[in-house]
Design a protein around this ligand. Structure first.
Ligand code: NAP
Length: 318
């Protein structure tokens, strides 16, 4: 069969790159699509401390870009093709599947491995969209530097919010963690670090209602959800602005597969073999409901998806 790939991988984070390495090394004709930059969510962090074997006492060398680069080179070395294009639609219901990119090109493939991951969840607060990039951010590593010596609010009480608050506190004058419950939902070790950081204050039972300003955020309205009392925080006159970082979880990027693949709250369901409900379609990484969304588990998923795809081709195409 001419011009039919063995597998097309959609998404170039750790799960997708790992799938590409395993598929290409297994002599599968492999094409990976990435719409932005390779690395997925780890490309917006500055340090990766717990990926086995990727270690250095020099923190600079723990930047995820080095791991991503190695994974990319490894996939290409074994023969994987990587294209930077966005997918417009997929057709999965026939034995030979079709993946169409936004430039209208149709690619044919025997299997599809979906590794589109997740993206930061929006809060839905008044002014959030208008002030994104003008005081509102979803990435501490990308934007903390911008708020050097300024005040910052971090919304959310999970691991991401608390870890990011600690990171941002290296730059900001003060960081206030705004948590809607009366407890943090993060690892004890991280909680202890935050509570011992003199630059970090935690406001429980508090929600952000609105952000306002003249170009940049200069005011925010908060509410205590126990007493219903509302209060306004205004930027210090000398500062003229402050930052609001939103870390309230992640949404799966699965819209492309609505109505085609079985999902649970947008996460695509698969077992240990990464098989979805559609023959020849596999899923890997943060897009799958799982206990721990980590680089190491994403890579493991990617490897399993590629091995399952290889087996599927053997049985279904001979
Ligand atoms: P998460 O665990 O889902 O926590 C989200 C936080 O945002 C919770 O405090 C939640 O409050 C709050 N929240 C959600 N919607 C909100 C809203 N509309 N208004 C106000 N607050 C809202 O998300 P995450 O921290 O991004 O972590 C995601 C996964 O990655 C977790 O499994 C986490 O353990 C893992 N992770 C691990 C590490 C690590 O091990 N070092 C680091 C980062 C992430 P409620 O509790 O009230 O829902």
């Amino acid at each position: 069969m001419d011009n039919v790939y063995d597998t097309i991988i959609i998404g170039g984070g750790p799960a997708g790159l790992s799938a590409a390495i395993y598929a290409a090394r297994g002599k599968m004709n492999t094409l990976l699509f990435e719409k932005g930059r390779l690395g997925g969510q780890i490309s917006i962090t500055d340090e990766l401390a717990n990926y086995p074997g990727f270690f250095s006492e020099n923190h600079e060398e723990l930047h995820p870009k080095y791991l991503i680069e190695k994974m990319e080179n490894q996939a290409k070395y074994f023969g994987a093709n990587i294209e930077f294009k966005e997918i417009a639609s997929v057709k999965l219901d026939s034995k030979i599947k079709e993946v169409t990119t936004t430039d209208g090109t149709v690619y044919k493939t025997k299997t599809v491995i979906v590794t589109t991951g997740a993206e930061p969840r929006k809060l839905g607060t008044k002014g959030e969209r208008e002030y994104t990039g003008k005081g509102i951010s979803y990435c501490g590593t990308c934007d903390a530097d911008f708020f050097t010596d300024l005040e910052v609010f971090c919304i959310g009480g999970g691991d991401t919010s608390v870890e990011e608050a600690i990171y941002i506190a290296r730059f900001a004058r003060k960081v206030t963690l705004v948590v809607r419950k009366d407890y943090l939902r993060c690892a004890n070790s991280i909680e202890e670090k935050a509570k011992n950081n003199p630059k970090i204050e935690i406001k429980f039972r508090t929600e952000l209602l609105e952000v306002k300003g003249d170009g940049m955020i200069q005011s925010a309205i908060f509410k205590n959800n126990e007493t219903n009392e509302e209060w306004e925080y205004k930027a210090d006159e000398e500062d003229g602005l402050f930052g609001v970082f939103i870390f309230v979880g992640y949404n799966p990027v699965s819209k492309l597969f609505d109505g085609m693949l079985d999902m649970e709250d947008g996460f695509i369901i698969a077992g240990e073999d990464m098989k979805t409900n559609v023959d020849g379609v596999f899923v890997a990484g943060d897009l799958r409901p799982k206990l721990a969304k980590q680089v190491v588990t994403a890579c493991s998923d990617g490897a399993l998806a590629a091995l399952s795809a290889e087996k599927y081709i053997e049985y279904s195409f001979g």
